[in-house]
Design a protein around this ligand. Structure first.
Ligand code: SF4
Length: 243
C-alpha cells in the first residue's frame, strides 16, 4: 500500500493532467496568455492546481478554486494573489496557530511549509468570475475524494465558504457517513460528525468578504484557533484513520 506521500504525489500528477472541464481549461490557458500587467513577464502555471501541505495533516482546509492571477499563475493553492488577497489573509491566520511556517504565500519557492495542515479546493481550475458550475464542482469531486483517502490522519475540516462546506459534507458522505438534515452554513459553527470528523464553517477570505468586513482577521483567526484546539485534544499527527 503506498504511503500518504506517494499517494498524494500520484494524485498530483493526475490532477495536473486533468482536462475534463473544457470551459475551465480554456479559461485558465487564456488567462495565462493574456496575463495581468503586473505579471506580464511571468509564465503562468495555467494548469489544474493540486493540493498542498503535510501528508500527515489532521487539519484539512477546503477552499473554492484557484484565483486566476493567484494559484493559476503560481501553481500552488492560495498563493500569489497579493498582500491584500485571500492567500495572505488565510496564511496569517494559519501562521498564528502554528499551521503555516510564515504569514505570507507568494510563490512556490517562498519557503512556506504547512505543519499538520493540508489545503485543497473544491475545484482545481480557475473559473471565470470565481464561479464554477455545479457540473464542474461535481466533476472535480473525484480528485477530492482521492485526496481525502490519501490523508488518513484528517480529523478537522475547515470549509472556506458555502461551496466548500457543501463539498465537505458530500466528501464525508462518500465515506458512508450520512448527516440528515445537513446543518445550515453559519460562520464559526462547529459540527461533529458520526464519522468523528469535525467540520468548521468559515466565510471564504475573498476580497469581497475581507474588504467589506464580513470576514475580519480576528474572525478567521478564531476559526483556526478552534481547529488547533480540536487537533491538540485529538490523536497525535499521523494517528489512525477514522474511516
Ligand atoms: S476543474 Fe477539476 S475535473 Fe475539471 S479540469 Fe480542472 S482538475 Fe479536472
Amino acid at each position: 500500500m503506498p504511503s500518504s506521500s506517494d499517494a498524494l504525489a500520484l494524485l498530483c500528477e493526475r490532477v495536473i493532467m486533468c482536462n475534463r472541464c473544457q470551459r475551465l481549461r480554456e479559461y485558465c490557458v487564456r488567462v495565462g496568455e493574456v496575463k495581468k500587467a503586473a505579471y506580464s513577464e511571468e509564465s503562468y502555471w495555467a494548469r489544474p492546481v493540486p493540493g498542498f501541505g503535510d501528508p500527515h495533516a489532521r487539519l484539512l482546509v477546503i477552499g473554492l478554486a484557484p484565483a486566476a492571477h493567484g494559484a493559476n499563475r503560481t501553481g500552488r493553492v492560495f498563493t500569489g494573489d497579493g498582500p491584500s488577497g485571500s492567500s495572505a489573509f488565510l496564511m496569517r491566520a494559519m501562521h498564528a496557530h502554528g499551521f503555516a511556517s510564515q504569514p505570507t504565500s507568494e510563490g512556490k519557492n517562498d519557503g512556506l511549509t504547512l505543519t499538520d495542515a493540508y489545503i485543497t479546493m473544491a475545484v482545481r481550475c480557475a473559473p471565470p468570475e470565481n464561479k464554477p458550475t455545479p457540473a464542474e464542482i461535481a466533476c472535480c469531486h473525484e480528485h477530492l475524494v482521492s485526496e481525502f483517502a490519501a490523508l488518513p490522519s484528517v480529523e478537522v475540516i475547515v470549509c472556506l465558504g458555502k461551496v466548500a462546506y457543501d463539498v465537505a459534507w458530500r466528501l464525508i458522505g462518500s465515506r458512508g457517513v450520512r448527516v440528515s438534515p445537513r446543518p445550515v452554513f453559519e460562520h464559526g459553527a462547529i459540527h461533529q460528525t458520526p464519522g468523528s470528523w469535525t467540520v468548521i464553517a468559515s466565510y471564504h477570505p475573498s476580497r469581497q468578504n475581507t474588504n467589506t468586513g464580513r470576514l475580519t482577521p480576528a474572525m478567521l483567526s478564531d476559526v483556526f484557533r478552534k481547529a488547533q484546539t480540536i487537533c491538540q485534544t485529538a490523536s497525535p499527527p499521523g494517528g489512525a484513520c477514522k474511516a
